[in-house]
Design a protein around this ligand. Sequence first.
Ligand code: GCB
Length: 615
Amino acid sequence: SPAMAAVEPPSTVISSLPLATVQTEPALVSADMRQGFDLSGPWHYSIDPYRAGLAGFHGETPDPGQRRFIDIDVAKAMASDNRTLYEFNLDHAPIAVLPSSWLTEAPQMRHYQGLVWYQRHFDAPATRKGRIFLRLGAANYASYVYLNGKPVGRHEGGFTPFSFEVTKLLRDGDNQITIGVDSVATPTSVPPPVTDWENYGGITRPVRLVETPDTFVDDAWVRLTRDGKLAVDVHLNGADAVNHPLRLKIAALGVDLPGTTDAKGDWHALRPAPAKLVRWSPENPRLYDVVVDAGEDHWKDRVGFRTIEVRGTDILLNGKPIFLRGISLHEEEIGAEPTRAITPASARALLSEVKDGLHGNYVRLAHYPHNELMTRTADELGLLVWSEVPVYWMIAWDNPGTLATARNMLAENILRDRNRASIAIWSVANETPVSDARNSFLRTLIADVRKLDDTRLVSAALLVDHGKGPGAPVMTLADPLADSVDVLALNTYNGWYTADRLSDLPATTWNVPNNKPIVFSEFGADALAGFHKPQKFSEDYQADYYRATLAMAAKMPTLRGMSPWILKDFRSPRRQNPDFQMGWNRKGLISETGVRKMAFYVLSDYYLAKAAKAK
Ligand code: GCB
């Protein structure tokens, strides 16, 4: 069942903290556009490496005096009886400013992986009415949430939002919120322990109290269908959700559609799109203000309308073939101490490097759902997006809890971002080894995508077998998943991880299906910014590698785009080469401090020429 987590904490804690999933909690779609109360800012924090706050020394429910937060009953007992033992007081612990990963909080936290408790106080909003939800944009990896010492719930997965209703738990005046976040990946988590990126533990996205009326629009999905219709699905949550009147309004298009929800609180509409609708595209990223009025609730979002589909070996945007001029990126800011605390300005800075610097029209947001600011900014700047879940390398394919976790995070990601015109491709995995268990795991995810969103493309970044011919390499895709995806996405590193001569790359033979569009989801080579020599790890070699790979790409008749690896150098604990890497994957076209390498200009010139040809 989906209410199962891959990482199971001690059973006593499970029974008091319900697991938040898309089945159990409201989706609060477009919550970032709603009224609320931001709990970002200073929080106290305390490490708990032995997880004593989750279980006592024999695995039992921890004694109230051992909890990591002041349980209000303990506080009362202490006030009246000085024999009460209370070992911890988070209110006296050091301070972290959230959202951010704890890795950059203090030098001694740099390599801490484990459980950390966060706590702060806040005054309840004075004029409370309706309902209040606590929403976390993301906390990596497992979260345990308490309000005023009372259990609220838990969540698994480090990159998707989750919410709990706290209307009844809130007190007038002072409130105390406590959140334990455990960053440790296990063989059954998603992603598993071994990845090629830093595991940024902590609360890395905003924590907010979101206010809604008693009955509110929990989900609204507004889009253009491939046959040019305006389609709307609305779901109301609350006591009056059934047979409830509502109105969809898009003022700039003169749309004002009345409706009434059905017995499930749902409303669906399908209409010819207004003639004056201007379609969203990278060249003209037109967004419209959309409102759903339902009683006291006024749901709003800014939505672009476009179609994306595959016809034969072409990818069509608004009916016209497009070449995806992309780059991959991790969710990190420019700077020597990235901490995954994306702001509107840093999202814009990162994506502007793609749009203006590289002349791109596409980004692969690797390898997990990025901050919602990233997809909103992609909508505004005009960049198509590949959105991915961290089903990466060696997942516990046979574990039903792992599958449930992956399905839930995929659903959380799609529900969060279905209204983003920028999203073109949902990806379900990266570089996973073929086996029966893996194939059926990924086919389940692909079926989920198609059920949740039939307006976009599905893919997964696949590995290609490398064979050495007499000269040039022979690349063979032997992955049965090729049949199930819309776009064949291939990762290739010939000339970097292999001893191929760069001059041989253009003559590479590709044994790949020729009935679908292909994109290079990755190719790349490490370079230390400022290092110039005719050898690997130099800017010169990286630039030559790009020239050779682009020459190879030019000979592939069904190649429809690429997202080379990667925009910026990023932290990876795997990468400890002392001369060049020092804890960083150096495949960036830009160093972590913002220095553009030679290869940046190779790709940027290539995309500029491609863009000119597309006109
Ligand atoms: C890959 C992975 C990516 C790595 C990259 C590399 O194929 O998908 O996560 O960072 O290669 O640098 O080796």
